[in-house]
Design a protein around this ligand. Structure first.
Ligand code: ZN
Ligand code: ZN
Length: 600
């Protein structure tokens, strides 16, 4: 499951870069020379970061609104050549300014920020110059999200937000003209997605915005002024849909781009999106090894448990079939649908006490986690997620949102409860809350830095949550029950299979049939989940590997330190120190930590 924060991070990948507005006077670059003292370097770097972010939001107002920076909410970017030119100038300027700093004189926290900004700029350049998804991914053009966000977020009075919406509406026709200009060779898959999603976008302009205008206290004249703008927006979106449908008909006869990006682009994208000491291929091989190990373990546990649960049934001769039968049997142990939210509330203090009793990681009683039912406006699919405070609102509560199963029929509820059964529900709570996402974010907030919140590394954040599951079980959580380890293995197999699926689809041309076989027969997933995963893996690249990558790197690093430190290694100290660097990529944390411990 993703945290709210991750949704923000993911959008980074499609931010088409940053441009400097020519109307804004360029401030003379402060030139900190390498001879200045460390304290001065840090002070200068703090100033640089402030200026960088202000310019970033001025040039990317929509991105700003997504992270809670509302100053430029009334401006909207048009993805044309002119804005690309601005981005290039801005990025070159920032890279030049970064190069003047001596990273060895920066504090560890600033050194991480320096790396994150550099990665972000280089990534943005690569997306524009090499990956060029603007030319082949029609679903990267959709204005609904930002209008919906401004409409539903109460950051200022409705009338004022409608004024921002009014200014933005003026740009919609130019926005879609630029989209059509950019799209030279779409893939069929992304074209279908774009048609579907842009049809879904119409409701915002035909229904939601008009309803809000009605509710507002604008004058009749002001209200009326919206009508032609809304009409033009709807016409532009419909025009885009029609153009895509015609394009699709032509492309179906040949000429569409393959959605598979191939080996070379995959490795480059992996480098930019994940920031790992592994290559994409190395991680894939690691995932294959993990799958084999997990299977061996699951078969061993199934053999051990078989006589207990199936005293009168012969074990299937195919080992993985026996494993699946055992998992199906155990999955019947779950709470009733009405007890789902209460059960999460009941478990959290128990898990917290376990962490304290076993001295696993520092907790902070002054920043409690609030478990609540997911607010109505956030309910899409059922599930659980951590609602972390945004970067510009860091002291707000952290919520653990759990969605009750009210909207499910009996069959859907049963299927969901079997998935989040007695054992998996505990692992989910560990992942989402303690010592997973909630605990990690709490530690990250201590070295609060806007740069780390905004450009935080998704592989590190998800990897930590996945690492924390295994760490808890290894420490004895669940009393080493074989059933718990079997369910954990199934759960962990999901992130392993995601990595294999992503690489094999994008690089090795895996067929859908073989993909579904991997997910259903080798990772024990239901057909619905497997089909959904296949679709996601054809529309995205690399992102599915981030969980396993972060997990594998953190785990390997811990084992490496154990080796190096011998008796001096302390698990709690390792966790506290590891998390003190904030949401940085694991390789960056490793480097800084080894230096700090005098071990490299
Ligand atoms: Zn997660
Ligand atoms: Zn049941």
């Amino acid at each position: 499951m993703k945290t709210q924060l991750i949704a923000g991070l993911l959008s980074l990948a499609i931010i088409p870069g940053c441009g400097q507005s020519p109307s804004e006077p360029t401030k003379p670059a402060e030139a900190p020379s390498t001879t200045v003292k460390a304290a001065d370097q840090n002070a200068l770097f703090e100033n640089f970061k402030k200026r960088f972010l202000e310019e970033l939001w001025a040039n990317n107002p929509t991105y700003g609104v997504y992270v809670g920076y509302y100053k430029h909410d009334h401006e909207m970017e048009v993805p044309n050549a002119e804005s690309a030119k601005k981005s290039i100038a801005f990025e070159n300027k920032i890279l030049q300014q970064l190069n003047v700093f001596d990273i060895n004189k920066l504090s560890p926290s600033n050194a991480v920020d320096w790396e994150l900004i550099k990665n972000q700029i280089e990534s943005s350049q690569w997306y524009r110059e090499v990956f060029k998804s603007r030319e082949w991914n029609p679903s990267s053009y959709n204005v609904a999200g930002i209008f919906g966000l401004i409409l539903s977020t109460d950051y200022k009075p409705l009338d004022e937000r409608l004024s921002a919406i009014s200014s933005r509406l003026d740009k919609i026709p130019a926005y879609y003209r630029a989209a059509i200009d950019n799209l030279t060779t779409p893939t069929l898959e992304h074209t279908d997605l774009a048609i579907q999603q842009n049809k879904g976008a119409l409701g915002i302009f035909e229904t939601s915005i008009p309803a809000s205008i009605e509710k507002s206290t604008l004058t009749a004249e002001q209200k009326k002024a919206f009508q032609p703008k809304l009409q033009a927006a709807v016409t532009a979106i419909n025009g885009y849909i029609t153009w895509l449908e015609q394009k699709r008909a032509t492309l179906a006869d040949g000429g569409a781009k393959d959605f598979r990006i191939g080996d070379e682009l995959y490795e480059q994208k992996f480098k930019h999106d994940i920031v790992s000491d592994f290559t994409g291929k190395q991680l894939y091989q690691k995932a294959l090894e993990s799958k084999a190990q997990l299977h061996t373990e699951m078969i061993r546990i199934t053999n051990q448990l078989w006589p207990t649960y199936f005293p009168n049934t012969e074990k299937p001769s195919e080992p993985l079939v026996a494993v699946k039968k055992m998992i199906d049997h155990l999955s019947a142990k779950h709470v009733s649908r009405d007890e789902f939210v209460n059960e999460v509330k009941r478990q959290m203090p128990i898990i917290e006490q376990y962490i304290l009793d076993n001295d696993l990681i520092e907790m902070d009683a002054s920043r409690p986690l609030v478990v609540r039912e997911t607010p109505e406006y956030q309910r899409g699919v059922a599930g659980a997620s951590v609602n972390a405070p945004g970067p510009y609102d860091a002291t707000a509560n952290t919520y653990y949102n759990v969605t009750p199963l009210d909207n499910y029929n009996d069959e859907q509820a049963e299927s969901y409860l079997r998935e989040y059964n007695h054992w998996i529900l505990q692992i989910l709570n560990i992942h989402e809350a303690m010592p997973g996402h909630y605990t990690q974010l709490m530690h990250a907030n201590k070295s609060a830095s806007l740069i780390k919140s905004i450009f935080g590394n998704g592989a590190m954040i998800e990897g930590w949550a996945v690492y924390s599951e295994k760490m808890m079980l290894e420490s004895g959580y669940g009393n080493n029950e074989p059933e718990m380890w079997l369910m954990y293995s199934k759960w962990n197999l999901r992130v392993v299979a995601n990595t294999i699926l992503d690489y094999e689809i994008q690089v090795k041309g895996l067929s859908k049939e073989d993909g579904l076989d991997l997910l259903m027969n080798q990772a024990f997933q239901e057909r619905t989940e497997a089909e959904g995963k296949w679709r996601r893996a054809t529309l995205s690249q690399v992102q599915l590997t981030s969980y396993f990558n972060g997990f594998a790197e953190i785990y390997a690093f811990r084992e490496e330190l154990k080796q190096k430190m011998g008796d001096k290694f302390n698990l709690k100290e390792f966790h506290n120190k590891f998390l003190s660097y904030g949401n940085a990529p694991v390789p960056v944390i490793k480097r800084l930590m080894l230096t700090d411990l005098g071990l490299n």
